[in-house]
Design a protein around this ligand. Structure first.
Ligand code: SAM
Length: 400
């Protein structure tokens, strides 16, 4: 078989048959922009194609660049014969050996890299190969050698364990020229890229590289033609100023992709055995920043009903003030937990009550980054214990 990549956009492709195999093929063809014409007396076809409900006739091949024969073996053989007579490539779904063309199993890696695999007529073997090659590609150096338009990907890196990075995040890291990284991203993510690393981490009270500078770096690096990954702890759009970075890039006419990440707001309580909702205890949760010293800025938290769990980020320094605001409406006995460095080997949890949590956190010397959880669910830590099993590479850039 001679490997080839086809640009099917706007090209007519005939599909004979309307069963599950045909449906999968049609979806793949439509995704590539092909003009799909289906011929089959009955069955089901996805939206977006033209369906002639009748038997195949040879003239159906007129105007087709390619035909997928997904009907009965007898019909497929007829389709293949007529296609060969007209010089049209035919994929006979049931007969890999005599087919004039064959659909490859496909691996789409980062940035337009495609790998097409043939299992030599054995689809199970092909799927195994896809798995092996897909895993290998995650660690390959996929940076471009030829100049291309720059772009920025705002990528959420999760709470600190590389096992909690998404597949898309890993693909983009493999293809990146430049990675602009926060202190709360997983340290191991830097081993997954061959890119130049630019650290712009802010720590509480130390904003050496301000947000305007970060926006400028992203825009400058992309305009210079680089594939930029902006790697951020957690999710880029949860208290991460991802929206501002997105706006700055779009204003500069740069192509931007957003890759959600696992937010610490949910993952870090989970690491400490605290589900943010729990039947009979909490019907919802509210995520807020406790950054800043002004009680007025968080006064609204006192209005939150007791059955809603409050999850506070950036809350260590202002914990005393926050607790005093919440004590206006919640009982001093309300369970409260502080989880430090979730999903890292240094994770630890302090469970107390709203009345005592600030003092307990001080006594134990709790530091940022930590998540504060206020509500009945916080007490579940005592029942469930720590649930995180950080992988060997887990840890934050801040702790490197
Ligand atoms: C600027 S916010 C960014 C939040 C991030 N975008 C997210 O979705 O997780 C930083 C805060 O997230 C929380 N945080 C992030 N990673 C954490 C971790 N591994 N353990 C505990 N808290 C964490 C802390 O409250 C920290 O101060």
């Amino acid at each position: 078989m001679y490997p080839l990549f086809l640009r099917l956009s706007g090209k007519q492709v005939l599909v004979v048959g309307a069963g599950p195999v045909a449906a999968r093929r049609i979806e793949g063809l439509l995704a590539e922009g092909a003009v799909v014409v289906v011929v089959a007396p009955h069955g089901q076809v996805p939206d977006g194609c033209t369906w002639h409900r009748r038997e195949f006739t040879a003239t159906d091949l007129d105007g087709a660049w390619l035909v997928q024969a997904c009907a009965t073996p007898a019909v497929n053989t007829q389709v293949a014969r007529e296609a060969a007579a007209r010089g049209v490539w035919c994929v006979d779904a049931a007969d890999a050996t005599s087919s004039s063309a064959w659909t490859a199993s496909r691996i789409a890696a980062a940035d337009g890299v495609e790998v097409a695999v043939s299992g030599g007529g054995d689809p199970v073997r092909a799927r195994r190969l896809v798995q092996v090659l897909g895993d290998a590609l995650l660690n390959a150096d996929l940076r471009r050698e030829r100049p291309a338009a720059g772009s920025v990907a705002l990528v959420g890196a999760g709470p600190g364990d590389p096992g909690l990075l998404t597949v898309r995040a890993r693909e983009l890291l493999a293809a990146a020229d430049v990675v602009v990284v926060d202190r709360l991203a997983p340290r191991a993510a830097l081993d997954m890229t061959h890119a130049q690393i630019i650290g712009v981490g802010k720590s509480p009270g130390d904003h050496t590289v301000g947000q305007d500078d970060i926006n400028r770096i992203l825009v400058e690096q992309a305009l210079a033609g680089n594939r930029v990954v902006r790697l951020k702890g957690g999710d880029p759009f949860v208290l991460g100023r991802g929206g501002e970075e997105l706006a700055a890039c779009l204003d500069a006419g740069i192509e931007v992709e957003v890759v959600p990440g696992i937010t610490s707001a949910v993952a870090v309580p989970a690491a400490a055995g605290i589900p943010v909702t729990h039947r009979g205890m909490a019907t919802g949760f509210l995520v807020a920043t406790a950054h800043g010293e002004d009680p007025e800025l968080i006064g609204h938290l006192a209005q939150v009903p007791a059955e809603i769990t409050i999850v506070l980020l950036m809350g260590v320094r202002s914990l005393e003030m926050v607790a005093s605001v919440l004590l206006r409406s919640r009982s001093a006995d309300t369970p409260a937990a502080v989880v430090e460095r979730g999903w890292t080997p240094r994770q630890r949890t302090v469970v107390a009550t709203l009345g005592s949590v600030a003092e307990q956190a001080r006594t134990h010397g709790v530091q940022a980054p930590s998540i504060v959880v206020i509500g009945d669910v916080a007490a579940l830590h005592d029942q469930f214990g720590d649930l995180a099993r950080p992988s060997s590479g887990a840890g934050l850039i801040a702790d490197a």
